[in-house]
Design a protein around this ligand. Structure first.
Ligand code: C5P
Length: 389
């Protein structure tokens, strides 16, 4: 995962290099963003050395857009220590320095805070009100704010230990989809003609991989079943099963679906396969030409639609060329889906191979949500937020 660590000006900032070290050790990439006051307690050199990345602390230093590129880069933002000041700023929508600006821009992605302050400040009704506001927006608090306010108990307001904060990030504890299991299919399928040839398609798998990443970042365990692609994903909550043909994808998907809360089928599955696969390279046939006899593949999505139990969510994709919405709606009903994601073919920059996409999410009750052209990561988060809300 890509973790942005935000540091504010509390004495506990001296513990942040240890947090960064633990995150790096667990295989995450880290970039730090600090307030000016944080650098009274921990130095730029230390943070840049442990994170192996430049520090972000000056809103105006790098063309004024660093908060946007860090927002795009990060999968999760953890603020440690979080002072009463930063908590108050976020609760009020104030963006007057690098970190507070980044925090407002980071909406829609997971934010974790580890508050740390004097116990009297901690007990102040304004701070408690701000904490409640941030919690109601889904910001996860680690440490003192997790439990009840124990007024007067010494140690209240102390920052959680780096190990505890790292564990929350690494295990997805408290994240929205913690404890859920989701199936995602991705990529093309290859249907063998002979020992060296196949029928395939141009699907890159990027949309499915982005969906798997976004589900895992939201705390879910993910079963990613993918056809041939060079893409890789390295996340402790994503189990990747690589298959080649539609029938292999069918076997893997039908096996895991009963244990899942939901499934998002973004794979471009071949509808037909050669009826026979030669075990040697087929020879040229000269003027006579070559005829391939094709038979239909099983429809994985329709099968899962029939298997679907109460409480399970099933999401399909559709790529239509005419009467797009009506056809997608029909497919949604026929295959017993909860949602169907209609890929736009009309827009440049959407669909196969590219890094961006533009979709319409249609729900069973007929409501529509149309996305602008966005990165596949952003489309993935939009789909997940829609189908889980
Ligand atoms: O019916 P159509 O192929 O247009 O439906 C597309 C949707 O069905 C996609 O979500 C795709 O992943 C899924 N599909 C499938 N098994 C097939 C064909 C398509 O799961 N054999």
């Amino acid at each position: 995962m890509k973790v942005v660590v935000g540091i504010t000006g509390g004495i506990a900032a001296y513990k942040v290099p240890e947090l960064v070290r633990l995150l790096k050790k667990a295989g995450h990439e880290v970039r730090c963003a600090a307030t000016e006051h944080a650098l009274e307690f921990v130095t730029r050199v230390t943070l840049e050395t442990v994170s192996e990345n430049p520090l972000y602390c000056d809103l105006f230093a790098s063309g004024h857009t660093e908060h946007i590129s860090l927002k795009d880069w990060g999968d999760v933002l953890v603020v440690a220590p979080a002072t009463a000041n930063i908590i108050g700023k976020v609760a009020s929508g104030i963006a007057d320095d690098a970190l507070s600006t980044l925090l407002l821009a980071f909406s829609g992605k997971p934010v974790i805070m580890a508050p740390a302050m004097n116990s009297l400040m901690w007990a102040h009704p304004a701070v408690q009100r701000n904490i409640s506001t941030l919690k109601s927006w889904g910001i996860r608090m680690v440490g003192p704010a997790e439990g009840e306010l124990a007024c007067g108990v010494s140690g209240v307001g102390r920052m959680a230990e780096p190990e505890q904060i790292a564990a929350v990030i690494c295990q997805g504890e408290g994240l929205m989809m913690k404890g859920e299991r989701w199936l995602v299919t991705a990529g093309p399928t290859y249907e063998r003609i002979d020992s060296v040839r196949f029928i395939g398609n141009y699907s890159s798998g990027k949309m499915g991989f982005a969906l798997a990443q976004a589900l895992a970042d939201a705390g879910a365990e993910v079963e990613l079943i993918t056809g041939p692609t060079s893409l890789k994903i390295d996340h402790p909550r994503v189990k990747v099963t690589r298959i080649e043909s539609a029938r292999e994808m069918y076997a893997a998907a039908t096996e895991v679906f009963p244990q899942c809360n939901g499934a998002i089928l973004s794979a471009a599955v071949a509808d037909y396969r050669p009826s026979e696969c030669a075990d040697h390279k087929l020879k040229k046939n000269g003027d006579e030409g070559m005829h391939l006899d094709l038979v239909q593949n099983p429809d994985i999505l329709a099968t899962l639609g029939r298997m679907k139990k109460e409480g399970q969510t099933l999401v399909g994709f559709a790529l239509e060329t005419d009467n797009e919405e009506a056809n997608a709606q029909r497919k949604l009903e026929k295959k017993n889906l909860n949602y169907i994601v209609l890929n736009s073919l009309r827009d440049k920059g959407a669909g196969f191979g590219v890094d961006t996409n533009k979709v319409t999410i249609i729900s069973r009750d007929g409501s529509y949500k149309e996305s602008p052209l966005m990165s596949k990561q952003e489309v993935a988060r939009l789909i997940i937020n829609t189908v889980t809300s």
